[in-house]
Write a protein that binds this ligand. Structure first.
Ligand SMILES: *Cc1c(COP(=O)(O)O)cnc(C)c1O
Length: 386
């Protein structure tokens, strides 16, 4: 179905931060398949792990124990706030699991009427009916109504509006610590701490969507770590499998107390191939110094891009985001700029509010950052005067 606005470009192979077409053209990948290939393309450790597993066992189902799931869950639990993990295949499914969990939590506590979830304007939570209803954006919902009931929308990063929206039916708060598709706004740490306080005050579950900003993107395994808070539920996916489709919903034992045998499931979720890909990804991300390098690369890129914006006020107006999840708010149409950069061999991604996303792989080298910034600089300098 023609559901995508695709560029007329196809890749045959990738290596590190580079993608190659069949006719040998190469592109510097500051899109990473939309924040998915965090370790770049063809990372030797991932290739080895997945090809070895491919010769042993692809799928057995959740009728049986899956040792790779047990190992990955334990490692995620050890590295985060979580006590328990559900595995699925995508971000939207990870969000769906968290939404069901929030309803079940209050139902188990004898408050089945508490089912509403407060979400933020500009949010993106995936494309299922519940996820587009959660986001509440007209462009996602148009033609797909009636929406799934139970979502109340407030301004992003505004605690007063949030407090005012809480009622007796409120079950949870769902927020992206860094909004991705919506325009790369990073929530201030004070806001995230405020969310924790408000959730505690009203007995709500704090559910963070880290599908895009998690798995090292901001220089921490999860972006909420910057605020030093412990959420109740976190959805993650995109970079979790390094390019292999896998999602996970992390939760505390308390938040997940209603999730028992039979309450949720997935045929493919957590299959052996996905688990090997995610475990191999974690092998690399949990190495000493990995996150510090991401943080340093993020600082290096930010510094360069700030100067770039200063040089081209006609083209750029603002820098947003955190770590290696940066957004350039444009004064020219962001998708035209994206196309111009692609012509010059640099891949980027558009976002809402006329923002251009820079999402390099987390293993990006300084000289590759220099090269990308050089391409953006040249494209901006050549931008026709209005
Ligand atoms: C991409 C994304 C999703 C949806 O993930 P899919 O794998 O496309 O279902 C959900 N939430 C956020 C924040 C995302 O960036």
């Amino acid at each position: 179905m023609p559901t995508y606005n695709r560029a007329d470009l196809a890749f045959e192979r990738g290596e590190g931060a580079w993608l190659y077409t069949a006719d040998g053209r190469r592109y510097l990948d500051f899109a990473s398949g939309v924040a998915v290939t965090g370790l770049g393309h063809s990372h030797p450790h991932l290739v080895k792990a997945l090809t070895e597993q491919a010769g042993k066992l692809w799928h057995s189902s959740n009728l049986y124990r899956v040792p790779g799931q047990e190992r990955l869950a334990q490692r995620l639990v050890d590295a985060t706030f979580a006590d328990t993990v559900f595995f699925c295949n995508s971000g939207a499914e990870a969000v769906e699991c968290g939404l069901k969990m929030a309803r079940k939590f209050h139902d188990e506590n004898g408050e089945p009427d508490r089912f509403r979830v407060i979400t933020c304007a500009g949010a993106f939570h995936g494309r299922t009916l519940a996820a587009i209803s959660a986001a509440g954006q007209e462009k996602l919902l148009k033609g797909f109504t009636p929406e799934v009931d139970g979502f109340d929308h407030v301004a992003f990063a505004n605690l007063n509006e949030l407090r005012a929206a809480i009622g007796p039916a409120t079950a949870a708060i769902l927020v992206e610590p860094v909004q991705g598709e919506g325009g790369m706004q990073a929530a201030p740490v004070e806001y995230l701490r405020g969310l924790r306080q408000v959730a505690d005050e009203f007995g709500l579950l704090l559910f963070l969507d880290e599908v895009q900003c998690g798995m090292g993107r901001t220089g921490r395994l999860f972006a909420h770590e910057w605020a030093g808070i412990k959420p109740d539920i976190v959805a993650t996916a995109k970079a979790l499998g390094g390019g292999f489709p896998v999602g996970a919903c992390l939760a505390t034992e308390r938040a997940a107390s209603g999730m028992v045998a039979g309450s949720h499931g997935s045929t493919f979720g957590g299959n052996p191939l996905a688990m090997v890909a995610a475990n191999a990804t974690l092998d690399v991300m949990l190495e000493d110094g990995f996150m510090a390098r991401v943080e340093a690369a993020g600082r290096y890129l930010k510094n360069k891009v700030e100067k770039l914006i200063g040089r081209h006020p006609r083209v750029f107006t603002e820098l947003r985001g955190k770590g290696l999840m940066l957004g350039l708010k444009c004064a020219v149409p962001n998708l035209d700029l994206q196309a111009a950069l692609r012509e010059k061999g640099l891949l980027t991604v558009g976002a809402g509010e006329n923002v251009l996303r820079l999402l390099p792989p987390l293993i990006i080298a300084e000289k590759e950052i220099d090269e990308a910034v050089g391409i953006i600089d040249a494209a901006a300098a050549a931008w026709p005067k209005a």
